[in-house]
Design a protein around this ligand. Structure first.
Ligand code: HEC
Length: 148
């Protein structure tokens, strides 16, 4: 009985330590990483629609997805999950509406973040990301889109 008790106490301790570490990781002050968009046609904005989506050159679209994937992993995955599969802290970005409807939600949010009553739920990325970097990330999210 004794050993059983201490074992469950240990499990509890470990679980709460992991939980705290997970939260600190998710909401810690991580400096936004600038995104190198070399190799992409550069765009100027603010645009309201993904300029790469309609590009007829498949290589441009592929490059946008590649750059966007790396930028997503460095700047968004800690809250929105690896591969855009949400762990529950923040919305699952695979389910953003496809096309221009999703572009609008995306564009507002990535530029301005989410700040309510002085609490930053999501930092703004305007000023950190170029317009090209913003739409490269959207291109990556397009590539992992699923219907709800
Ligand atoms: C510190 C955690 C955090 C980081 C980092 C973060 N987000 Fe968010 N994001 C959130 C939270 C929390 C919400 C929900 C905000 C709300 O409901 O007010 C959200 C909402 C969004 C939404 C709106 C989703 C919807 O369904 O309405 C988009 C789009 C989004 N984030 C994109 C991004 C992108 C792209 C990045 C990286 C460049 C990013 N976020 C980085 C926490 C984060």
């Amino acid at each position: 009985m004794r050993s059983l008790l201490s074992k469950s106490a240990l499990v509890l301790l470990t679980a709460s330590a992991l939980g705290a570490a997970g939260l600190a990781f998710a909401h810690g002050d991580v400096v936004p990483q600038a995104v190198n968009t070399d190799g992409l046609p550069q765009v100027k904005g603010p645009l309201e629609e993904n300029p790469y989506r309609a590009n007829k050159d498949k290589k441009v679209v592929a490059k946008a997805v590649e750059i966007g994937s790396s930028a997503y992993n460095q700047n968004c995955a800690r809250c929105h999950g690896l591969g855009a599969v949400s762990g529950g802290i923040a919305p699952d970005l695979r389910m953003l509406p496809a096309g221009v409807d999703g572009d609008e939600i995306f564009s507002q949010r990535i530029r301005h973040g989410s700040v309510r009553n002085g609490v930053t739920y999501m930092p703004p990325f305007e000023g950190t990301f170029s317009e090209s970097a913003i739409w490269a990330i959207r291109s990556y999210l397009d590539s992992v889109h699923v219907d709800e």
